[in-house]
Design a binder for this molecule. Structure first.
Ligand SMILES: NC(=O)C1=CN([C@@H]2O[C@H](COP(=O)(O)OP(=O)(O)OC[C@H]3O[C@@H](n4cnc5c(N)ncnc54)[C@H](OP(=O)(O)O)[C@@H]3O)[C@@H](O)[C@H]2O)C=CC1
Ligand SMILES: CC(=O)C(=O)O
Ligand SMILES: [Mg+2]
Length: 761
């Protein structure tokens, strides 16, 4: 099997402009701090600040452990760098390292619900750096050092571990080592090798490299079988140039002097050096079925395509997410700290690192369950050369890795707060998963496997052009930009956008050969609704929503996105002239609100102003159907201001009646009502109604009217800090999505992906 089969994987690439826009749009950067207490009243102020705050102050002074109960310390990790080895980009300084450090902080939160803040320390002086960090200890539950060059990082980490009583972990060393070791365990197993006899060359002798070889040696890899190389070549016994004590500890007796000589006949190469450091000749000279981990970021020592050109028997891994086998510390640091924080470990020791590596390695060998398969690019992965390690979006990681780390911490005696109920701990870990991110991930992966043609009706808008390019770049299919080509090209040139790229198609309605067919189609639909043929002609020629919707109706596109330049209801009206609801369905809008790790679907947020009971029942069915398609088990609450008849009121009767209608329809999902929002969303309040038929808090909220749906989702977004996706239109016979006029590029791309996903259902 070729080492890299292009048809078997997905390349997700982004442009430099997209990367800059991503970072600058909205609030610049990737993080913000948000309070966990209301701080709304005089009383709140008295509790949170003076005088109330004095009480936890005294408690902590008396017993420092209580800081974990009264402050953020127990879930807070600092990501600290001086920017001397930023990825594989070299020493670009503390400030330039900030995007990476913010990124690591976000990954802590996203993947393991660890709160994290980045700190960039502007000094290359080792003692100054140590002093700066050591005195920050009380603020944090752990310290994640990042992108500090070797050998300074060894001295810094060693000293900080001695003087601080919380885990200090240099991610580039140990995070990388853990993931590389996991990948190596599996790659050796697949090629019938073992730790005792395999010959490994490590190119790079810095932070990551030294830690990788130290960890695998501690796991039993034979020392004599490892050759370390740096910019001066092989690190042999007696070499004096460019040496330090950490390199010397791994020097071997050998006549080989260059990387090329070292690699001749080698079984494994670890690249932890820089872009392009491995040549095709070097790879050609390696043993049969070589294992090549080219881990430099962002560009590997050699690309999988280059390896595939010269041999088809290699197992290749890189540090990037757009190739199979991503050996990157993102698979480690969030989960390792999660486990360490949860048992209040004093340190992260070798036992914990090895436990993490072994847990990762075994996860890759397990069958991938249905709900996890979506996290994978291409088809369901099976343990093999193209899949030696789980991907970062694998939702099992949050349960498996922290559990292994926490157990190892307890067994090795470094846990200050051992966990007694591991089963309950496992459940807690799973609950930290962020469901909507997995849902979006699943949508994107599905569309990549079955790319679709989506027409972007407002193709002359610069934001729409950017979104179309992002859609095409992510290999979601063809983005059809509708508009006047000349106008589009002028704008594109002014904005530095390249429209001549694969996956972008421009359609000018006026010049299209399909105008006649669309006009006939539209006229046939509208002639008995007071429209003349010439009205239909005018709509097709002059209105992009009508043209785009007809493209979808007549099969010239799979789906459509619009809405940026016209208010929602107008755009919806345009589309409705061209496309009917699916037989037996009702068109409604569903918004997906994600708030503090909880996801709820809210309906109808787009179409029905004051739905009747019958319509409310339909809305419940449509919304539950969408919830199922997104992978949720729906629990539908029919909301009102009253709960189960109290207080009595005319307006709640409509909702109560909708529940009766659902009863008669014998629908196959959980629903109940009428109930107030707190009953639906708060398990303790729901307990007051033991007869309530919902088995847990609701995840689908059917609102009594459009105004309450719209007001509540907008309030969630503006005041509750929720992310709201949608409204998603469901129930149309064709796949149409309308964005709001304030949509950002990413919203438009998400909606296009959702349109493509629905087109494939
Ligand atoms: N995939 C992953 O998860 C991770 C990947 N990395 C990658 O590993 C690389 C090194 O990072 P890190 O250890 O933190 O950095 P360091 O600065 O600590 O070490 C860099 C090492 O690479 C060596 N080196 C640089 N260029 C070459 C070359 N062309 N040929 C041979 N050796 C070379 C240096 O040699 P010398 O000693 O002679 O200067 C040095 O030993 C980076 O590309 C980084 O992105 C790092 C961490 C995680
Ligand atoms: C992944 C990482 O930490 C690095 O390349 O430095
Ligand atoms: Mg790093």
């Amino acid at each position: 099997m070729p080492a890299t089969d292009k048809t078997d994987r997905t390349m997700t690439s982004v442009t430099a402009q997209e990367a800059l826009d991503f970072h600058s749009q909205g609030r610049p950067g990737k993080l913000e701090i948000s309070p966990t207490k209301a701080m709304a009243t005089q009383r709140d102020l008295s509790l949170a600040y003076s005088p109330g705050v004095a009480v936890p102050v005294k408690a902590i002074a008396e017993d420092p452990n209580t800081a974990y109960d009264y402050t953020t310390r127990g879930n807070m990790v600092a990501v600290i760098s001086n920017g001397t080895a930023i990825l594989g980009l070299g020493n670009l300084g503390a400030l330039a390292s900030k995007p990476v450090m913010e990124g690591k902080a976000v990954l802590f939160k996203r993947f393991a619900d660890v709160d994290s803040i980045d700190l960039e320390v502007d000094t290359e002086n080792v003692d100054e750096f140590i002093n700066c960090v050591r005195f920050l200890g009380p603020s944090f539950g752990g310290i994640n050092l990042e992108d500090i060059k070797a050998p300074d990082c060894f001295i810094i980490e060693q000293k900080l571990r001695e003087v601080m009583d919380i885990p200090v972990f240099h991610d580039d060393q140990h995070g990388t080592a853990i993931i590389a070791a996991a990948g190596l365990i599996n790659a050796l197993a697949l090629t019938g090798r073992d730790f005792k006899t395999t010959k490994l060359v490590c190119n790079g002798a810095g932070a990551a490299a030294i830690a990788c070889i130290e960890l695998i040696k501690s796991m039993g890899f034979a020392s004599d079988n490892i050759i370390l190389c740096d910019t001066k070549g092989v690190i042999f016994e007696g070499r004096t140039e460019g040496m330090n004590q950490w390199k010397s500890a791994h020097a071997v007796k050998t006549e080989r002097r260059t990387l090329a000589e070292a690699l001749d006949g080698a079984d494994v190469v670890f690249g932890l050096s820089a872009k392009g450091a491995l040549s095709e000749d070097m790879v050609r000279s390696m043993a049969p079925r070589p294992i090549i981990f080219a881990m430099a970021n962002p560009d590997p020592e050699i690309t999988p395509e280059e390896v595939a050109r010269i041999r088809d028997d290699a197992i290749v891994a890189t540090g990037r997410s757009d190739y199979p086998n991503q050996v990157n510390n993102v698979l480690g640091f969030p989960y390792i700290f999660r486990g360490a924080l949860d048992v209040r470990a004093t340190t992260i020791n070798d036992e914990m690192k090895i436990a993490a590596a072994e847990a990762l390695a075994s996860l890759a060998k397990e069958d991938v369950p249905d709900d996890v398969a979506a996290a994978y690019q291409g088809n369901r992965p099976r343990f093999g050369p193209q899949y030696i390690i789980p991907v970062p979006f694998d939702p099992r990681l949050i349960s498996a890795i922290p559990m292994a780390v926490a157990k190892a911490a307890m067994e090795s005696g470094v846990a200050r707060k051992p966990i007694t109920d591991l089963e309950a701990y496992g459940r807690q870990l799973s609950a930290r998963r962020d469901p909507i991110a997995s849902t979006l991930q699943r949508i994107y992966e599905r569309v990549r496997r079955q790319p679709k043609r989506i027409v972007f009706a407002e193709g002359e808008e610069v934001q729409v052009m950017r979104s179309a390019i992002a859609y095409a770049n992510q290999q979601l299919g063809t983005a059809i930009l509708l508009g006047r080509e000349e106008r589009m090209r002028e704008t594109a040139e002014r904005e530095g956008i390249d429209l001549d790229r694969p996956g972008i198609q421009i359609v000018n309605a006026r010049l299209s050969k399909r105008v006649g067919a669309y006009t006939d189609y539209l006229y046939a639909r509208l002639q008995r609704k007071g429209f003349l043929f010439r009205d239909a002609q005018r709509l097709i020629n002059n209105d992009r929503n009508h043209f785009a919707a007809c493209m979808v109706a007549l099969g010239d596109a799979d789906g459509m996105v619009t809405g940026l330049t016209r208010n929602y209801s107008t755009a919806l009206e345009d589309v409705r002239r061209c496309i009917d609801p699916k037989p037996g369905h009702r068109v409604i809008g569903v918004s997906i609100a994600l708030c503090r790790g909880r996801t709820v679907l809210v309906a109808d947020t787009a179409v029905h102003d004051m739905p009747s009971s019958e319509e409310l029942a339909d809305i419940a069915e449509e919304a539950a159907g969408l919830a199922k398609r997104l992978g949720y088990v729906p629990r539908v609450a029919m909301l009102a201001y009253s709960t189960f008849g109290h207080p009595q009121g005319e307006r709640s009767e409509r909702v109560r009646e909708a529940v009766n209608i659902l009863d008669k329809r014998r629908v196959d999902f959980e629903y109940d009502g009428e109930m107030a929002a707190d009953v639906a969303l708060n398990a303790r309040v729901m307990e007051q109604y033991p007869f309530c038929r919902l088995s847990g808090t609701a995840n689908v909220l059917v609102m009594p009217a459009f105004h309450s749906a719209s007001i509540s989702t907008k309030m969630l977004q503006e005041l509750g800090g929720s992310t709201v996706i949608g409204p998603l239109l469901v129930g149309f016979d064709k796949s149409i999505q309308i964005v709001s006029m304030s949509a950002k590029d990413s919203d438009i791309v998400n909606m296009a992906a959702i349109a493509a996903y629905n087109a494939g259902m």
